[in-house]
Write a protein that binds this ligand. Sequence first.
Ligand SMILES: [Zn+2]
Ligand SMILES: [Zn+2]
Length: 291
Amino acid sequence: MDKDGLKNMESLYFGCNIILTTKHQKSKAISPSFFNALNAHVNECALDTDQLGTFCGDIERSGSAIECAKIKCEWGIDVTKASYGLASEGSFGPSPFIPFIPCGKEIIYFIDKKRDFNLYVQELSHETNYQMAEVSSYSEALDFAKKALFPSHALIIRSSNRDSKGLIFKGLQDTKNLEKCFENALKNSSTRNVWIETDMRAHLNPTRMKVIEQLSEQLAQRLLCLCKRCDTPGWGKIGAKKGLQCRLCQSPTDIIKAETFGCAKCRHIETIAVTTLEDRADPMYCCYCNP
Ligand SMILES: [Zn+2]
Ligand SMILES: [Zn+2]
């Protein structure tokens, strides 16, 4: 079996309606790949997903991003009685790999009620404008705005930091409004400072939309691949095994030696070596030879 599984050239989702639970017009990013790859139609179900948590922190998300994506997905299916559902969830913070660099994690969750399986794909991306700052003048706010890709990307202004309650202005997309909200926040600030941050809601953040678009393509392609054991769509890469041996001392390194592919339903998995037996890692990646 090759790592691509069995490509089913005629999509099992041909002509199907897939319900996307979203408050923020994400079908723009998701529907093209689902239509092009699978001939499936993505229809939005607009529900107030802010109840499950917001980026600006006024409603805390309970549970993980994956759980949240799953709940959104099931919600849309319940409301519309659909057979297929989609939802996406993003989270932002400092990169776990590069100090002081922000990153975003996007998840797209899919549920097939008819075949009874759930499948999600996720991506950690450093392609994000996510940032926040405390500023004391409008010109500082403008400097921040420029770096944050304003006005194509929206901003949020607050009269006090995230932890305290104060005025909050979201979805700012033009300079006139930005200035007005800055002045208003400054007047109401107890510290003579204003907090400014990027608005991460998908419809106000084209960079985020692009990441969601790429991830949708990955998910749609995966739904074209069938498990050879049970014919369920969604066969694809689920992990990678590190440990390729060092050429000099034979110790295992962090270089990937095999990839694991799996089925979304029957849990059948296959491990495929990405290197041949003769392949060995360069000693520069060895923690003994190159400590
Ligand atoms: Zn070595
Ligand atoms: Zn299977």
